[in-house]
Ligand binder design. Structure first.
Ligand code: CU
Length: 206
């Protein structure tokens, strides 16, 4: 029982590894659905694409109508394909697949009359696998409201926090303090008068 589980686990791991290796290599169909064609816009198609060592290019075109020839930078610029020595590679099957073996620039042109001069050329920059940043991990979102990040503790960052009790509340203002000095003065004068009256009363009694 345990061994069959282990076999299944190993098979699953192997499948994942195979899928990962397949996913890491891309086959680029040059020109996408339009294929390798006259007046091919070399900059437009390759823009924004990252060609990695191990990827493949697929040139699709009607056999006999075009060719694919790899040349150097200078011959690419001048569309020079007269000299066979300048050709780093040549294909003409109409379904030409080439693997990108090493990092660096690659230049391809069509050698049919005037095709290159009219823009049927492709320049790509192949990068090493190590230079390609891995894609960011998928962002996992939780649909539960409770899993939402808590709101910030204060909605007025930068301003001073409110007083802890929210004071002053309306209607709870303290009454104005009594005129203490006057009250004390009244008390003192009252006591003095009382004492004086007692002294007068005592004197009259004798
Ligand atoms: Cu052509």
């Amino acid at each position: 029982m345990a061994s069959s589980k282990h076999v299944l686990l190993l098979a699953a791991v192997a499948a994942v590894v195979c899928l990962a290796s397949l996913a890491s290599a891309t086959q680029w169909v040059v020109g996408d659905e339009c294929g390798w064609r006259a007046k091919f816009n070399q900059t437009g198609w390759a823009d924004g694409k990252t060609f990695v060592v191990g990827d493949t290019l697929l040139f699709k075109y009607p056999k006999g109508k075009h060719t694919v020839v790899q040349v150097g930078e200078e011959d690419f610029a001048t569309c020079n394909h007269d000299d066979d020595d300048n050709q780093l590679g040549a294909w003409c099957s109409g379904h030409d697949v080439m693997r990108l073996e090493k990092p660096g620039k690659m230049w391809f042109i069509c050698t049919k009359r005037n095709h290159c001069l009219k823009g049927m050329k492709l320049a790509i920059d192949v990068v090493d696998d190590d230079d390609v940043a891995p894609p960011p991990p998928p962002v996992i979102t939780f649909p539960f409201p409770g899993a939402a990040p808590p709101p910030p503790p204060f909605s007025w960052p930068g301003s001073p926090p409110p007083p802890p009790f929210g004071w002053p509340f309306p209607g709870t203002a303290l009454p104005p303090p009594p005129p203490k000095s006057a009250a004390v003065r009244n008390l003192v004068s009252g006591a003095v008068a009382t004492a004086a009256a007692a002294v007068v009363a005592a004197a009259l009694a004798f």
